[in-house]
Ligand binder design. Structure first.
Ligand SMILES: CC(C)(COP(=O)(O)OP(=O)(O)OC[C@H]1O[C@@H](n2cnc3c(N)ncnc32)[C@H](O)[C@@H]1OP(=O)(O)O)[C@@H](O)C(=O)NCCC(=O)NCCS
Length: 437
């Protein structure tokens, strides 16, 4: 039944994620650019919403572009080595002033509670403090880095205490030393060490780019640190990508379950990543031993093995090796430890603006783990990218699984003409259609 209010459906569908995130600890880095431009108001409201939903939040912010701007106005060109600037007295004075201004700005936005604003009725306590301990970078390759420092230790117990009292913790890119000095730190390093010290459930890095793309322009949804490391090495030292990948790989290796690379340009990225099944950015995680990816010719052996028992049971129409070879570009596979344990195909009928979702299969040993759902979501994404507006499937055994996933029974007239002609009447497959929103 169609709901009158589409948001009601959306709200229902997001409830599993709301439950999954409640009580979890997320460390979120907002780069200076995001603080300075565009989306910041919306972003702050999204943070407040997450806090309201019970997520324990630590927000780390960057100030590089703001400091750059102030330096330009003073006509000062900072010395840069190994991707870090040398924070001398003049730069450090700016760093302290701008950090304080940005923190105050954030705290002010998080206090906004006028009627008709999203934070009305929410009393959100944002706190900051001397919880990140630092040490100087010192003298490297003959260069004295002065007040530029690195993280020495994050006082995790103190942060945890604040989070447990319901506060949102705000961290500037500054650290304090045992000598009573303040050091300029890299914001992504602060976020990384904080996430590691807290054993955070997620580290979320909001930067320029909305994730990582492979050579063919496909968004890479999941990478292990080992896969991300070469990309880090190939990136420009000190660039945002290098800093984020460095933080993500280190965090993954030190027990942070998931690091998400998202773009602050994308208005919906933060909530989209957290509260929908599909997600939007790239996730770096140590624990990936399963991968959903487009199939290639080398997968045919694995596909035949997966499909053979299902074809023998009559659940799937038999497909020859030759047919699989011809259609391999239509297939997606789930590979686990080198074995193909799931697949699905999308055959496009551009004239009818439809696609057939065919050959959805998950290995017997791995059913019930939402892999079917994952395959369907990826096929839907593919179909949308191709500009198609509906999916159809033909099934003899699995109609109810399709019903559960938004398909409806249809008659043969609903099929594209070409597919109508090849419909096997003896098989009496049910015809199911799903309109793509
Ligand atoms: C359909 C299939 C791909 C689902 O894979 P999966 O990874 O187990 O899927 P999910 O975890 O997303 O969904 C599992 C749910 O679907 C239900 N389900 C699975 N097959 C079903 C069927 N034939 N009829 C009704 N419900 C079914 C399961 O009972 C489970 O429900 P639950 O969560 O309430 O326990 C898998 O069962 C399969 O490979 N089936 C054989 C091949 C087939 O029939 N393909 C479709 C024809 S194109």
């Amino acid at each position: 039944m169609d709901t009158r209010f589409p948001f009601v459906d959306w709200f229902r569908n997001s409830s599993p994620y709301i439950n999954a995130h409640r009580g979890r600890t997320f460390v979120i880095l907002i780069e200076g650019d995001a603080m300075m431009r565009g989306r910041n108001e919306q972003l702050i409201q999204d943070l407040a919403l997450m806090h309201t939903l019970g997520v324990q939040l630590v927000v780390v912010f960057g100030i590089r572009p703001q400091v750059r701007l102030a330096l330009d106005e003073l006509d000062i060109e900072p010395e840069v080595h190994q991707g870090r600037w040398v924070a001398d007295e003049a730069i450090m004075a700016l760093v302290k002033r701008i950090s304080a201004e940005q923190r105050l700005w954030l705290e002010a936005r998080l206090s906004l509670g006028l009627p008709n604003t999203p934070l009305h009725g929410v009393e959100l306590t944002a706190v900051s403090g001397n919880v990140v301990m630092a040490k100087p970078l010192g003298v490297r390759e003959g260069i004295d880095f002065h007040h530029s420092g690195e993280v020495r230790r994050v006082r995790a117990a103190a942060i945890r205490g604040l989070l447990e009292k319901g506060s949102l913790v705000v961290l500037p890119p500054l650290g304090f030393s045992s000598t009573g000095e303040v050091f300029d730190l890299d914001a992504s390093e602060v976020a990384q060490h904080t996430a590691m010290a807290l054993g955070a459930d997620k580290l979320i890095l909001l930067g320029e780019s909305c994730g990582l793309y492979d050579a063919s322009g496909q968004l890479q949804r999941q990478l292990t640190p080992a896969e991300a490391e070469p990309l880090r090495q190939a990136s420009l030292p000190g660039s945002e990508l290098a800093r984020h990948l460095g933080a993500a790989c280190a965090a993954a290796r030190h027990g942070v379950a998931r690091t998400h690379l998202l773009s602050w340009h994308d208005h919906d990225a933060l909530l989209g990543e957290l509260f929908t099944r599909d997600g939007v950015g790239t996730m770096i995680t140590q624990h990936r031993y399963e991968q959903l990816r487009p199939a290639g010719l080398t997968d045919i052996g694995g596909l035949l093995e997966l499909l053979d028992p299902l074809e023998r049971d009559g659940m799937l129409v038999p497909r020859s090796r030759e047919r699989l070879e011809q259609e391999i570009d239509d297939y997606l596979v789930i590979e686990r430890d080198g074995m193909i344990i799931g697949c699905a195909a999308l055959h496009a009928f551009h004239d009818a603006q439809m696609a057939e979702l065919a050959c959805v299969a998950v290995h017997d040993d791995y059913r019930g783990g939402a892999r079917g759902e994952l395959l369907l979501a990826e096929v839907e994404r593919r179909a949308r990218r191709l500009g198609l507006s509906a999916l159809f499937a033909l099934t003899t055994h699995t109609a109810h699984w399709f019903f559960d996933h938004g398909f409806r029974l249809a008659d043969i007239e609903a099929l594209p003409t070409l597919r109508r002609d090849t419909y096997n009447h003896a098989r009496k497959s049910k015809i199911l259609v799903k309109t793509l929103a």
